[in-house]
Ligand binder design. Structure first.
Ligand code: SF4
Length: 633
């Protein structure tokens, strides 16, 4: 692999390399990258891998190989403590919850002594709402106009990044930078670079989709109102006017997003009668509470929200006008944000561009409206490949049925481009170390009896391995139902969301356990050894049928006369299944079972595409056969 990366860098070309777990792919690309003498960006999907590269691999190259080079890492701005906002917050701290207030003295002490301001230095809970007030985003950072700009942690991290030969970032930051460079001229986050290496490249399409689009949300309106009030804390002449204006804005935002949320829940049926009082608030059904709602934004969905949209637009215009003559950086920034938000709300709700898919999401307390490109490949060709002639894409899962066509289509690496494709097998002997179980007799996953029957299978399978199992579900609903049905198992029973992820994993490793989880444990989780001997997957991970982005992409393929099911849905789901499978075998000594409770794996013709994408290993059809295989090892 190192030779292939070296060749790609030398000939200024593209390499797509699938490298199984345990191949040592990080060193295989870092060594030629460092030796090339060119400026390289390494981008990962997860912060976990970014941290592993920074803490293990880079020091190893320096110490064990004696290579000398400058390296730095850079995270998104909101990972760093913002001196300006932190100072403002400290004047009158307010917290969403008492537990958060209890952490404040520790944060203050850390903020005084930290050299980097990187949040990962201080062990804060994953969900720590106050962090929003202590960090900045590209929207609310004052940039060069900030009084703390020179000493700012972000400025310092970027200065180090500008000196580095190898810079570590994550895909979010990489594509945020690319989107800004190619839309707002002159705005850049990352330094100039000649080579980019995407590790965990299977996530590139999703992240690019997110950043090449637009997003407005109820949170953005709330934050703008809050920041506007804070910004006039020392301006008594503006305070009362600002209270009134932001009060209006808050109300208009709440009503607008509530009306859209109702429209989305009703699948495009207007949420209210026209002109008869406030919108009726429909209590979300239990399923919606569990999964949230994601649906296409259509004129019908928007119909019930038009009046509130006009009010929101007026309120944003009012805020902008109020601060039109502002001279201080913080006030003119609020005016700019109000103007930008107004333009973006108008663009998303107008739904005019045929190359985009418009959709809305209701998640927890938030409502998000988004416009995303239907064809990311096209955007990548224009924005990435025209500027960067050397790129390496690597991951443990890129090839569907042994081929890269699907991945190349996703990221716009056209057949006419010269792209080297390589697969590097890992050191694991799956035929010996793993077996796939597809228990006979289960109903199809949409059958009303599925959950009960699948729960029985979970009980029987976990008895084979003495717990030590992940049950990976494709929905919160199934996760909760299986968890409920298996609470009395004679092992420690854990569920995603009940505790922070790192604590759940520590507890999982400490004694025989069964962990019920969804997407966030599906990839990037590493539990080597006996602690994880069984991975149960509830159903083939097809994107949900109503997913607006998937639907728009399927329509686009059909318009070209192509078959979206076999060209898009099946390979995407097969690769996702392989990610889940990949949790099982992490070392040469690991041995275990992967059970797929979705009978379509063996009863449908397309099941063959899934089987051909998974590592080759024995296929067992009963729990009894699984027991014999397990005991025979
Ligand atoms: S430059 Fe931005 S991130 Fe840095 S201290 Fe100022 S507002 Fe905060």
């Amino acid at each position: 692999m190192a030779r292939a990366v070296e060749r790609a860098i030398e000939r200024r070309g593209y390499l797509v390399a699938e490298a199984g777990t345990g191949t040592g792919k990080t060193l295989a690309y870092l060594v030629p990258a460092v030796l090339s003498g060119r400026r390289v960006i390494v981008s990962t999907a997860t912060k976990t891998l970014q941290e592993q590269l920074w803490q293990k691999d880079i020091p190893l190259l320096r110490d064990a190989c004696g290579l000398e080079f400058g390296a730095a890492y850079l995270k998104g701005r909101s990972n760093y403590f913002c001196l300006a906002r932190g100072e403002e917050f400290a004047r009158a701290p307010t917290f969403a919850a008492r537990e958060e207030a209890a952490l404040w003295p520790r944060i203050e002490a850390w903020a005084r002594r930290t050299e980097t301001g990187d949040r990962s230095e201080i062990d804060l809970p994953d969900q720590f709402h106050t962090w929003k007030d202590l960090s900045a985003t590209s929207e609310n950072c004052l940039g060069r106009e900030c009084a703390r700009y020179e000493e700012c942690f972000v400025t310092r991290a970027r200065a180090l990044a500008a000196q580095a030969d190898v810079l570590l970032v994550n895909h979010h930051l990489f594509f945020a930078d690319l989107a800004m460079r190619t839309s707002r001229a002159g705005v850049e986050i990352l330094p100039e670079h000649e080579v980019v290496i995407f590790d965990e490249a299977h996530a590139v399409e999703d992240v690019a989709t997110e950043y090449f689009g637009l997003q407005v949300s109820s949170y953005r309106v709330e934050e703008l109102s809050r920041d506007a009030l804070r910004a006039v804390a020392d301006r008594p002449d503006l305070a009362s006017m600002m209270r009134e204006t932001t009060g209006e804005l808050r109300k208009a935002g709440e009503r607008f997003f509530q009306a859209v949320a109702d429209g989305l829940r009703q699948g495009g049926t207007p949420a209210r009668g026209r002109g008869f009082g406030p919108p009726p608030r429909r209590r979300p059904a239990r399923r919606e509470e569990e999964e949230g709602v994601k649906a296409a934004l259509t004129p019908a969905v928007m119909e019930g929200a038009q009046r509130d949209l006009a009010r929101l637009d007026e309120s944003l215009a009012g805020l902008r006008e109020l601060l039109a003559d502002a001279v201080t950086p913080s006030l003119s920034q609020i005016a700019r944000r109000a103007g930008e938000l107004r333009v973006e709300v108008a663009a998303v709700t107008a739904m005019k561009e045929p190359s985009r898919v418009y959709f809305g999401e209701v998640r927890g307390r938030g409502v998000f409206l988004r416009a995303a490109p239907i064809d990311v490949a096209e955007e990548l060709r224009e924005r990435l490949y025209q500027r960067t002639d050397t790129a390496v894409f690597t991951s443990a899962t890129l090839a569907a049925q042994g081929r890269f066509d699907f991945f190349r289509r996703q990221v716009g690496l056209l057949p006419e481009l010269e792209v080297e494709e390589r697969r590097f097998e890992g050191p694991f002997d799956y035929a010996r170390q793993a077996a796939l179980v597809s228990p006979e007799g289960l109903p199809e996953p949409n059958d009303p009896g599925f959950v009960r029957a699948a729960a029985e299978s979970i009980r029987a399978l976990t008895a084979v391995t003495g717990g030590r199992a992940f049950v990976l579900c494709t929905s919160n609903r199934n996760m909760n139902a299986f968890h409920e049905a298996c609470r009395d198992l004679p092992y420690q029973v854990l569920r995603q969301g009940d505790r922070p992820k790192s604590r759940l994993l520590d507890e999982f490793r400490s004694e025989p356990s069964v962990l019920f989880a969804t997407a966030s444990f599906w990839e990037g989780v590493d539990v080597p050894g006996e602690a994880l001997s069984l991975v149960i997957i509830d159903r083939l991970p097809f994107a949900p049928p109503g997913d607006p982005v998937m639907s728009a992409r399927l329509r686009a393929l059909e318009e070209e006369g192509r078959d979206g099911f076999s060209e898009l849905q099946v390979p995407a789901a097969a690769l996702a299944l392989r990610q889940g499978f990949g949790r099982l075998v992490r070392t040469r000594e690991d041995r275990g079972l992967v059970a797929v409770l979705d009978r379509r794996l063996v009863t449908k013709g397309y099941g063959r595409a899934f089987l051909a994408t998974l590592p080759r290993c024995p296929l067992l059809r009963t729990v009894e056969a699984a027991r014999r295989w397990w005991l025979g090892g």
